[in-house]
Design a protein around this ligand. Structure first.
Ligand code: AMP
Ligand code: GLY
Length: 424
């Protein structure tokens, strides 16, 4: 099998590493990749949104499977373009990827399929949106309808804050097209977890769950990020609750998308709030989470590649995956300044010592090799992961590895896994 992974983060390094371990693999490329993917795949200088170039490369090089990591190429139609060229792509069509690209579309799917989620309303007109917020009161959640790279959601503690968000999204250029319409919804209370399933259009195979740590600071403080760490399985989601969420949230969504003529193939990611009334959907994504993917794949015992092929072939009903009975943790090392403007070009040393800690795997994200030196080239730079018999063991190993890394310009959260550790 000749496989092309698309993306350049820690998620894609973890995917490349898992695929490289498959006895079915003969050649692996990553576009554009990072210094970590270069050790297990051949990096290609093609951007994730250069879809015509990616299709041309895949065709000329007889690629058997394309695996897009991030959402942008999916929403832009990479799966459709690969399908038109006769190349298997483990990701949804642009039509099915709207489940991530449009909040209103997701809410319509929820209503049509009876999926538990926050009560909501969509607005194209800022005056009506403000009027609704004044009528409903706070706390209340304001979301830009389109993709906004994590900047499109405000959980407003007051009516004034909600009104300011409506103005910023709809009446300034802050988010462009993504902010033309807003979804306003009820504020849910509980712990958040991420649940993943591999889908072939009709069957959903559980891929496990993880808990992300979205705020930049310890104790879940400070601005939102793409994710500063994860642990898997998440202590708040028992196996019984995970199965309930598969049954009430993932499978009905898959069935509804198929009913509408836009079957979902690829990785479906449900962001859940664990409320007193059970798991409720916050959002769907059309891909793996980062850093959740790194934490999940370390627990996967089975070969990932045949599972991805089965998803493309519509054959998941006959498939099962085996998982390690271990806990994993992922600690993101970010460059100072993240999630604002990160410091770039600083040198990182000591990764060999970190990777030598038992149970530890270090994934690269924004890294580059420059004249034999490893340097940071973006915000989230490394994901230091560890597995262990329990959360304490995994946490201790991961932070021992972090301590072995010599990178004064980097930082990480010190409390990844804290909810599970606090719960004992
Ligand atoms: P989203 O982009 O939809 O995942 O929203 C980003 C974050 O906002 C989520 O991870 C939650 O922390 C928060 N959030 C979104 N919707 C709600 C809601 N209805 N109630 C409470 N928090 C929410
Ligand atoms: N870590 C959350 C995400 O990938 O969206």
């Amino acid at each position: 099998m000749r496989v092309l992974v698309i993306g350049s983060g820690g998620r894609e390094h973890a995917l490349c590493r898992a695929l490289a371990a498959s006895p079915l693999l003969s050649k692996l490329w990553c576009a554009p990749g990072n210094a970590g993917t270069a050790s297990v795949a051949e990096n290609l200088p093609i951007g994730v949104l250069d879809i015509a170039d990616l299709v041309q490369f895949a065709r000329r090089n007889a690629v058997d499977l394309v695996l897009p990591g991030p959402e942008a190429p999916l929403v832009a139609g990479i799966a459709d373009a690969m399908a038109a060229a006769g190349i298997a792509c483990c990701g949804p069509s642009a039509a099915a990827a709207r489940i991530e690209g449009s909040k209103a579309f997701t809410k319509e799917i929820c209503d049509a399929a009876g999926i538990p989620t926050a009560l909501w309303e969509r607005f194209d007109d800022p005056d009506s949106a403000r009027e609704f917020v004044r009528r409903r009161g706070a706390p209340i959640v304001v979301k830009a309808d389109g993709l906004a790279a994590g900047k499109g959601v405000v959980v407003a503690a007051s009516v004034a804050e909600a009104e300011a968000a409506i103005t910023a999204f709809m009446e300034t250029d802050l988010l462009g097209e993504a902010g033309r319409a807003v979804v306003i919804e009820e504020c849910l209370v509980g712990e958040e977890v991420s649940l993943f399933a591999l889908c072939d259009g009709t069957t959903a195979l559980p891929l496990g769950a993880a808990q992300d740590h979205k705020r930049v600071g310890d104790g879940d403080t400070g601005p939102n990020t793409g994710g500063m760490g994860a642990c898997s399985p998440p202590p708040a989601l028992s196996p019984a609750l995970a199965e309930a969420a598969m049954e009430r949230i993932i499978r009905p969504a898959l069935a509804e998308l198929a009913r509408q003529g836009t079957p979902f193939r690829g990785i479906l990611f449900a962001g859940l709030m664990m409320t007193d009334e059970g798991p409720k959907l916050i959002e769907f994504n059309a891909r793996f989470g980062d850093p959740e993917c790194q934490a999940l794949l370390l627990r996967l015992r089975s070969d990932l590649l045949p599972a991805l092929l089965a998803a493309c072939d519509g054959e998941l009903a006959q498939f099962s995956l085996r998982w390690r009975d271990e806990v994993s943790i992922a600690v993101v090392l970010a460059a100072r300044g993240y999630p604002g403007d990160p410091l770039k070009g600083t040198e990182i040393r000591g990764l060999d010592r970190a990777a030598a800690v038992p149970g530890v795997t270090v994934f690269h994200a924004a890294t580059q090799l420059l004249d034999g030196r490893l340097v940071a080239s973006g915000g989230r730079v490394l994901t230091v992961c560890a597995t262990g018999a329990d959360l304490h063991a995994a946490r201790d190993a991961a932070y021992r590895a972090v301590a072995a890394i010599d990178w004064p310009e980097g930082f990480c959260r010190r409390d990844i896994g804290w909810r599970g550790l606090a719960a004992g």
